[in-house]
Ligand binder design. Structure first.
Ligand SMILES: Cc1cc2nc3c(=O)[nH]c(=O)nc-3n(C[C@H](O)[C@H](O)[C@H](O)COP(=O)(O)O)c2cc1C
Length: 330
């Protein structure tokens, strides 16, 4: 085992490891820091294209300044202490692309870990032979993992589905049981289930027998009760939280403290402003546009929120946001 294996350290604490699962378009630095504040132990980036990194010839020669940066590199930006433990997730299909990406990330980005995506069902990813499509191909998957392991000394994790086509999680993991993989996050749904239906947490329990590293269960964890059930049924070392924390990142704290927290509307608004302020500092002009999707999640379920939502989806700056919130309070 690599001695910087934070997964192992977290497991040794004996408490369930709580991870912010990767979500493209959502798990940026600002949101990761908010989740950290509520107790997330591991923070995944949005998925990053290994191919884009492979072809990037601007690395190391970029000038400083906001607009001169390679967008793929920018996607991986993080704040070391505020985002511990930070894992960059890669997607792609070619071992040589992963090798180049792992080398670059290890040398220049310096996260705490690197993850490989074997679960994404989005058609443009599948068409490249990446994500869940890669999971179907044992030889290629193994070559990709070996390529990453060869180019980094960081702990390497993988994210898979319960099943992709005919390929089940157990068969997949058996094929790589000799490789030094620190953790696996298993989305307990099959590829054909997509993002709906009940995740198979019993299968995750079975997987433990074939995988010596840290096992993280993912899928359908939306509140304290479903978190407890997932831990019990899966026997996993921890949980990966995705849509369940959108608009309610305090779910991390609820699970940590084993107590439901009913946030008042005023507390949610305070959180929204703090999130917005953070994003504005990091992303500048386009911050609010990127934040809109988070805002919609935050106000979901609030009384009379539909009118507010209409305004939030067109908000352009922090001042406008504050005004919308003030109007709601009236
Ligand atoms: C908007 C969105 C973006 C996602 N992006 C990624 C991603 O970049 N990489 C990945 O491995 N999974 C991604 N996922 C899948 C989640 O990490 C998670 O496996 C899935 O949503 C199931 O968990 P849930 O039922 O708790 O949402 C994404 C899911 C959503 C909803």
């Amino acid at each position: 085992m690599r001695d910087n294996n934070f997964w192992k350290k977290l497991k040794a604490s004996g408490k369930p490891i709580l991870a912010l699962a990767p979500m493209a378009g959502f798990t940026d630095s600002a949101f990761r820091r908010i989740c950290k504040g509520y107790g997330a132990d591991v923070l995944y980036s949005e998925m990053v294209s290994a191919t884009a990194l492979y072809y990037s010839d601007r690395i190391g020669t970029q000038k400083k300044g906001k607009n001169s940066k390679n967008p793929t590199i920018e996607l991986m930006d993080f704040k070391k202490r505020a985002e511990k433990y930070y894992v960059v997730q890669l997607f792609g299909s070619k071992p040589e692309h992963f090798a180049a990406a792992a080398k670059l990330i290890t040398a220049k980005i310096k996260p705490d870990g690197i993850d490989i995506n074997f679960g994404c069902p989005v058609s443009k990813i599948i068409k490249q032979g990446a994500g869940a499509d890669l999971m179907k191909n044992l030889a290629q998957s193994r070559a990709v993992i070996e390529a990453v392991l060869a180019e980094t000394n960081l702990p390497v994790s993988i994210k898979i589905r319960a099943k992709s086509g005919e390929m089940g999680a157990i068969e997949f993991l058996k094929n790589i049981s000799d490789l030094n993989i620190a953790a696996v996050m298993i989305h307990g749904r099959t590829l054909s289930q997509g993002f709906a239906g009940k995740p198979d947490f019993k299968l995750i329990k079975e997987v433990r027998k074939y995988f010596p590293g840290v096992v993280i269960a993912n899928g359908g964890i939306i509140d304290l009760a479903s978190a407890q059930e997932a831990l019990k049924e899966s026997g996993a070392d921890g949980l990966g939280l995705a849509r369940g924390i959108l608009g309610r990142p305090w779910l991390f704290k609820e699970i940590k403290k084993n107590k439901q927290l009913d946030l008042k509307i005023s507390q949610i608004f305070k959180l929204i402003i703090s999130h917005a302020t953070r994003v504005s500092k990091i992303k500048g002009k386009n911050a609010m546009i990127e934040l809109r999707k988070h805002l919609v999640w935050y106000v979901q379920g609030l009384e009379g929120a539909s009118k507010m939502r209409e305004k939030l989806v067109t908000v352009n700056n922090l001042q406008e946001l504050k005004k919308i919130i003030k109007e709601y309070k009236k």
